[in-house]
Design a protein around this ligand. Structure first.
Ligand code: DX5
Ligand code: ZN
Length: 216
């Protein structure tokens, strides 16, 4: 059985105690931390910037999975790379030279991902799979934690799994939005490699148990 990566999303953490909350999920066994960057333009929320990433970088060795939900990733990605990102994912719906941005991110020494919103078909990004480290399938509309998982996104995961396996690409499939112990197993069955989870983990009485329940 392959090991599923669990990436707790700190959008559901206590922002006044981020260091403590990151520490809790690290002790609970998480290897990644998912950091949602939203600019109030690409999606309807304003969250955090590179200063927070830089401050957190000093407190943990966890893999920083940065999810840029911003209109101009080409202007800001370097600030996040310098702040300590290990992976930068931007959205396929933004107007940017995607191949070039992926190349630039990878040349800087970190991993590059692309994300698709629920209404965006897999076909929009299939020609990029060969150069991507990760593709992030959104199973809620970007913006907020605590929304319901969209079951009709499952075929996208299956299509990506087939394509990646058939072509032997080195690209992880990550799922984001509404992940709990039930929806996680549907995603794993469909072919997911990594699962983001915010409210389910951070509202749990026992985050270690919650994390464990996601990879079963
Ligand atoms: C939504 C973010 C998600 C969110 C997930 O725009 O990209 O990462 O924090 O939160 P849950 O797991 O509560 O749906
Ligand atoms: Zn996210």
């Amino acid at each position: 059985m392959k090991k599923i990566i669990i990436a707790p999303s700190i959008l559901s953490a206590n922002f006044a105690a981020l260091e403590r909350d990151v520490n809790i999920v690290e002790k609970a066994g998480a290897k990644w931390i998912h950091i949602d960057v939203i600019d109030g333009h690409f999606a309807p929320n304003i969250t955090m910037g590179p200063a927070i990433v830089k401050a957190l970088r000093k407190t943990t060795k966890l893999f920083f999975d940065i999810h840029l939900m911003i209109t101009s990733p080409e202007k800001y990605w370097q600030d996040f790379q310098k702040a300590g990102a290990n992976l930068i994912t931007f959205h396929s719906e933004v107007q940017v030279d995607k191949r070039k941005l992926i190349e630039n991110i990878k040349t800087s020494g970190i991993k590059a991902g692309i994300s698709i919103k629920p209404k965006t078909p897999v076909s929009d990004i299939e020609d990029l799979l060969s150069c991507l480290d990760l593709v992030l399938v959104m199973t809620v509309e970007p913006g907020f934690s605590g929304q319901f998982f969209m079951n009709d996104m499952i075929p996208k995961i299956e299509t990506l799994r087939k394509n990646i396996d058939q072509n032997n690409y080195n690209c992880l499939i990550e799922i984001d939005g509404g992940i709990n112990s039930q929806t996680s197993s549907i995603c794993i069955q469909a072919g997911a490699d990594a699962l983001v989870s915010g409210s389910y983990i951070f509202s749990a009485e026992n985050p270690a148990e919650a994390i464990k329940s996601l990879s079963l």
